[in-house]
Design a protein around this ligand. Structure first.
Ligand SMILES: NC(=O)c1ccc[n+]([C@@H]2O[C@H](COP(=O)([O-])OP(=O)(O)OC[C@H]3O[C@@H](n4cnc5c(N)ncnc54)[C@H](OP(=O)(O)O)[C@@H]3O)[C@@H](O)[C@H]2O)c1
Length: 432
């Protein structure tokens, strides 16, 4: 058992985030003790390879590669997990909870996939799970939903929640470089992982949206149920055309609640230049929330990086220390409304932007107009853009009024089959 007033902390992971968490706990021990009302004593660190050279000097004997030394130690009250990935970490957390330890985690993957079952187990074991850092790094997001906005029915969430894709799209938009070059630059700058698939294909954003939708809408949303498109298909010319129309192109995560149903999707979108999400630059994240009482709320900050993420992790730890001291247990963040169902993507309504490569001859616009009309899609604007005299083609940009995604997709497919249309290189939904 920990001495009275002391909270013994076992840390899993000493990488980018873990080393910042450990540094804070060691270097700011007294200040944190004052804020927590008692000492936060880092007493064990679990890593994969204890022999690895570490930038941070930790007291000898703390580091181990044996999970039992941390998980089976009855003196450890709190497990702070900043290792990442699904297994074996999910099992570590389950073991910790079953042995009565509280958990603080930054693991979006585990919380998106297993959050509800881990929170249920935590409820049974009378312990808490805090996971502020799992979405939006240092941005106070989970606590905003969990406490500050709890009087509201959340109606809409619109977020730029992946820094890598925002950085890449930003470089393409402002500096005219292509996707591969922008991605290589993001990797060199340390924003993008060596394998950036999770970010570029939108998986990372689906994990974070699953967590936000579960908390915001009370809907049981698994990441796999979220409609997802990545950014690899966006071409340089679309940024130019989008700007001419008054939009920026962003990867957005959108959740909204309509008539007891919830819509969840992650895809590139044209965001109106005047919308706050259009202004989010570089690796920053932003979450735009609409609640029925509060109206519109915008949260912006560094969504990743060792220090911002450690800010959220250690903040959770201080919160936890205070509630343990007061003898209160936090209400589960996920409380589901079993009536809430998901809107099928075909039924989702949005405006859209199409870029269509056509034969530069009469009758083309009429043929395209007929397809849209037959699919009940109303055209908002149609502009002829570039023209290639050599091969007799031209590019049309069409924006539509709101229509169902099913009708927009069918229009795209049918236009591709017209003999006057060479290809439909871009179909991007418009965020409003
Ligand atoms: N980095 C960010 O900006 C950021 C932002 C928000 C959230 N997060 C989340 O924070 C977590 C950590 O990210 P990170 O960037 O700090 O990762 P990282 O730099 O790769 O560090 C991972 C650490 O965990 C240890 N580890 C991994 N698997 C382990 C296992 N099976 N058993 C024991 N130790 C294990 C590693 O040990 P070794 O050192 O021995 O290899 C390493 O110390 C992830 O869930 C991530 O999604 C990160």
């Amino acid at each position: 058992m920990a001495p009275p007033g002391v909270l013994n902390v076992g840390l899993i992971g000493l990488g980018t985030v873990g080393s910042q968490v450990a540094a804070r706990l060691i270097e700011r021990r007294d200040a944190l003790a004052r804020r927590s009302g008692g000492e936060l004593n880092l007493c064990r660190i679990l890593v994969r390879d204890p022999a690895k050279p570490r930038a941070l000097e930790v007291p000898p004997g703390l580091i181990t590669a044996d999970p039992d030394l941390l998980l089976d130690d009855p003196a450890i009250n709190v497990v702070v997990e900043v290792a990442g990935g699904d297994e074996p970490v999910r099992t570590f957390l389950e073991r910790a909870i079953k042995s009565g330890k509280h958990v603080v985690t930054a693991n979006k993957l585990v919380m998106a996939r297993h959050g509800p079952s881990l929170l249920e187990l935590a409820g049974e074991m009378n312990v808490d799970i805090h996971f502020e850092a799992a979405v939006g790094g240092g941005i106070p997001l989970i606590s905003t939903f969990r406490t500050d906005l709890q009087a509201n029915d959340i109606e809409r969430i619109g977020a730029i929640i992946n820094g890598t894709t925002n950085y890449v799209l930003g470089r393409m938009a402002t500096d005219g470089i292509d996707f591969q070059a922008a991605l290589a630059e993001a990797q060199a700058a340390g924003f993008a992982e060596a394998d950036p698939t999770d970010d570029i294909d939108g998986h990372d954003a689906t994990y974070k949206l699953a967590i936000m939708a579960s908390i915001g809408f009370g809907a049981r949303v698994a990441p796999e149920e979220i409609y997802r498109e990545g950014i690899a298909g966006i071409q340089q010319v679309d940024f130019r055309y989008a700007r001419e129309l008054g939009y920026e192109i962003k990867l957005v995560a959108i959740g909204s609640r309509l008539d007891g149903r919830v819509e969840v999707r992650v895809h590139p979108a044209l965001v109106p230049g005047g919308h706050p999400l259009a202004q989010v630059q570089g690796a920053y994240n932003a979450v735009f929330i609409e609640g029925d009482l509060v109206g519109q709320v915008l949260l912006v900050g560094e969504g990743a990086g060792g220090r911002p993420t450690a800010s959220a992790v250690v903040g959770d730890l201080i919160d936890l220390a205070r509630s343990i001291r007061r003898g209160v247990q936090l209400r589960s963040a996920f409380s589901f409304d079993p009536e809430v169902t998901l809107v099928p993507m075909d039924d989702v309504i949005s405006r859209a932007y199409f870029r269509i490569r056509v034969a530069d001859r009469p009758g083309v616009i009429a043929a395209i107009g007929t397809v849209f009309a037959e699919e009940q899609v109303s055209i908002s604007s149609l502009i002829q853009k570039d023209q290639w005299v050599a091969d007799g083609t031209a590019e049309l940009v069409v924006t539509t009024h709101p229509a169902s995604n099913g009708a927009l997709e069918r229009s795209r497919l049918r236009m591709g089959d017209l003999d006057t249309v060479r290809s439909v290189p871009a179909f991007i939904r418009i965020f409003e």
